[in-house]
Ligand binder design. Structure first.
Ligand code: NAD
Ligand code: DAU
Length: 356
């Protein structure tokens, strides 16, 4: 297999929400690359996300755990990857509050396992290789009413999830500095769009509105997030992978801040229209519940660097993106049913039934 492709790229977590959009983009845009998707298929990994490209000749899937260092090392040896785009992670803050150890395992140990394999395999031939680590704006902590996270904002993670992501970012930089592994990190704001598991705010609320279930708003609902359409994130990842400077950090965000309650009201309005319900119907489902412990008040990204250096800008405005997202969920009933069957109900009851 060596030598028949222009590049061989390992994408981890490619069956997840963002990963599946990245895999699709790379398979479609770069038919001369071999795209190798390594994913453990946790509750968040779903091969249905990739049905449309799964038979492409340049695509391979392997079910496996990034923490399995023998497997990862063997894979690097066999495939001689030119680059890694590392998305595999435990990604939900609420789950990290319930069970921090799983986050330490996958997000930290798993990242180090990949870095070790890259270090062994690329030793002496690092030039042209790239370890691209996908991170989050949450590593920067929580903002007050003003200001934006830039690439030089000091790290200040405040949840088990963000602490594990911050730690993995530090390991990437440490391996770059100590062993000379060419690396880039990007830190993105909240993504939304198709294929998002309905445990995160937007898909959870779409699913609940559809089923006439209450909409559990944490605390006073005035927490602020900066939302980006997932396809615009995948486009940024493509640009950074190809044109970003090794050693660099890129913040990705849409200058699109929304207080949760304002976003929820907009979503309710769109859902009423799409479902043909009387105006104001969905808003009646809003229920304020006990806050998330340690809830970060506000995130907002300054993405000036990526737009000036690489010419990236989001292609979709929020209202348009949210409407497309709602349309996707309403058109993909079967996907939603599969994702919300099985253990989903147990998770939902555990997280929400005792909170008022
Ligand atoms: P996700 O939870 O939807 O998907 C994670 C994927 O990783 C799943 O396919 C899962 O099966 C896989 N995975 C988990 N543990 C694994 C392991 N040990 N070995 C192999 N595969 C494993 O996550 P997402 O929302 O798509 O996020 C992807 C990445 O982007 C994460 O690193 C996350 O921290 C980062 N990120 C997410 C957002 C967001 O808003 N969702 C924003 C910024 C950054
Ligand atoms: O900022 C990037 C991060 O965005 C990513 O790194 C994470 O992987 C991703 O999960 C996301 O984290 P958040 O905690 O911001 O996303 P979530 O959708 O869980 O919550 C968004 C906001 O909505 C937050 O203020 C909490 C609130 N919320 C969430 C849920 C699930 C509610 O009020 N009710 C809910 O039921």
């Amino acid at each position: 297999m060596a030598g028949t492709y222009q590049k061989k790229i390992l994408i981890t977590g490619g069956a997840g929400f963002i990963g599946s959009h990245v895999v699709r983009r790379f398979v479609q845009e770069y038919p001369n690359y071999l795209i190798y998707n390594l994913d453990k298929l946790t509750y968040a990994g779903n091969l249905e996300n990739l049905k449309d490209i799964e038979t492409s000749p340049s695509y391979r899937f392997e079910k496996g755990d990034i923490c399995d260092s023998d497997l990862v090392s063997e894979l690097f040896h066999q495939m001689q990857f030119d680059g890694v785009i590392h998305l595999a992670a435990e990604s939900h803050v609420d789950r990290s509050i319930e069970n921090p150890l799983e986050f330490i395992q996958t997000n930290i140990i798993g990242t180090v396992s990949l870095l070790n394999a890259a270090r062994e395999n690329w030793k002496g031939k690092e030039s042209g290789k790239l370890f691209y680590h996908i991170s989050t704006d949450e590593v920067y902590g929580s903002l007050g009413d003003t200001g934006l996270f830039t690439e030089t904002t000091p790290y200040d993670p405040r949840s088990p999830y963000s602490a594990s992501k911050a730690s993995s970012d530090h390991f990437v930089r440490a391996y770059e500095n100590t062993y000379g592994i060419p690396a880039i990190i990007s830190n993105c704001s909240n993504n939304y769009g198709p294929n998002h598991v309905p445990e995160k705010l937007i898909p959870l609320f779409i699913n609940n509105i559809k089923n006439n279930q209450s909409l559990p708003v944490y605390g006073d609902g005035k927490y602020t997030r900066d939302w980006l359409y997932v396809i615009d994130h995948a486009m940024a990842i493509d640009l950074i992978f190809h044109k970003g400077k090794p050693g660099g950090t890129y913040n990705i965000g849409g200058f699109n801040e929304w207080k949760n309650i304002d976003l929820i009201q907009l979503l309710c309005k769109i859902m009423d229209e799409k479902l043909g319900r009387e105006k104001g119907t969905s808003e009646k489902l809003i229920t304020y519940i006990t806050d998330r412990p340690g809830h970060d008040r506000r995130y907002a990204i300054d993405s000036t660097k990526i737009s000036q250096e690489l010419g990236w800008k989001p292609s979709v405005n929020f209202e348009e993106g949210l409407e497309k997202t709602v349309d996707w969920y309403l058109a993909n009933e079967e996907w939603l049913q599969h994702v919300t069957s099985g253990n989903y109900q147990k998770y939902y009851d555990k997280m929400y039934l005792h909170r008022s």
